[in-house]
Ligand binder design. Structure first.
Ligand SMILES: N[C@@H](CCC[C@H](N)C(=O)O)C(=O)O
Length: 266
């Protein structure tokens, strides 16, 4: 009997989901890297291990594709919540998901989309990202994990994000997710992102919240709402005084078993 997995995505930010209610899987960095590898594994931007603690809600143990651990993943919470409903472990509607950044209330909608209460969002400073020798002014945004969100007039579609953007390491001692954001109109943004521990991804939920917070900050506003177009689709973000919400699709595409011998060899 192999190890159960599912594959899913939220606006094409894709994840391997590993149901592990009793917390018995030894999810090493090497196993995460192998699972996420698009040639020698299943391929994904990250892994969501589904754990049921003795007390409290289902816990999302999130890992980046390079095996590193991150505090929070907004698209991951949507896929995680959708999986819980799909598996009959939670009912559609409101429930809570545990993350390393704290508990995140979610609302699982009948169409499979999910709204996540992302918790407080804070603009904590200013920084600069560098891409191919060009500098982009940005703001540091804490969404439970670190972001440098750069609102720019340079069309983001043309940026080469193959290499990690340069940034001020002293400002982000634990690394950073970097967003490049175009304003398409009032309440309409376009974003590309280079994620810490992954590379360029087709969407980043916490990144879209950071993008909206950065746009509002530039407008001298603290609260507001925007759609954010990413390479993998569209999400909606609402920033309020005390919290922010992220709404978007969540899709499960496959379910199967990992080969036990392959797992054991890692
Ligand atoms: N894709 C995620 C963010 C995942 C974590 C990030 N790479 C980090 O290291 O902080 C999202 O949807 O928020």
């Amino acid at each position: 009997m192999g190890i159960e997995f599912l594959k899913g995505h939220g606006t094409e930010n894709d994840f391997v989901v590993l149901p592990d209610p009793d917390g018995v899987l030894d999810l090493t960095g090497e196993r995460v890297r192998a699972l996420c590898d698009r040639r020698r594994g299943l391929g994904a931007d990250g892994v969501l291990r589904v754990v049921r603690p003795d007390f409290g809600p289902w816990f999302m143990d999130y890992r980046n594709a390079d095996g590193s651990i991150a505090e929070m993943c907004g698209n991951g919470v949507r896929v995680f919540a959708h999986y819980l409903v799909h598996a009959g472990l939670e009912a559609e509607g409101g429930f809570v998901v545990g993350t390393r950044a704290g508990e995140r209330p979610v609302l699982a909608h009948p169409d499979g989309s999910v709204t996540v209460d992302m918790g407080p969002v804070a603009v904590t400073g200013a920084g600069t990202a560098t891409v191919a020798g060009s500098a982009f002014d940005g703001v540091a945004v804490d969404v439970g994990n670190p972001h440098l969100a750069c609102v720019t007039d340079v069309p983001v579609a043309g940026l080469d994000l193959e290499e990690p953007p340069g940034h001020d390491a002293a400002l982000f001692p634990h690394g950073v997710n970097v967003e490049f954001v175009n304003v398409l109109g009032d309440g309409a943004l376009r974003m590309r992102v280079h994620e810490r521990g992954v590379g360029e991804t087709r969407s980043c939920g916490t990144g879209t919240v950071a993008a909206v917070a950065a746009w509002l900050h530039g407008e001298g506003r603290r609260t507001g709402e925007a759609t954010v177009d990413v390479l993998g689709g569209r999400v909606t973000v609402v920033v309020e005084e005390e919290t922010a919400t992220l709404t978007g699709p969540a899709v499960l595409v496959a379910r199967g078993e990992l080969d036990q011998a392959w797992w054991d060899s890692l």
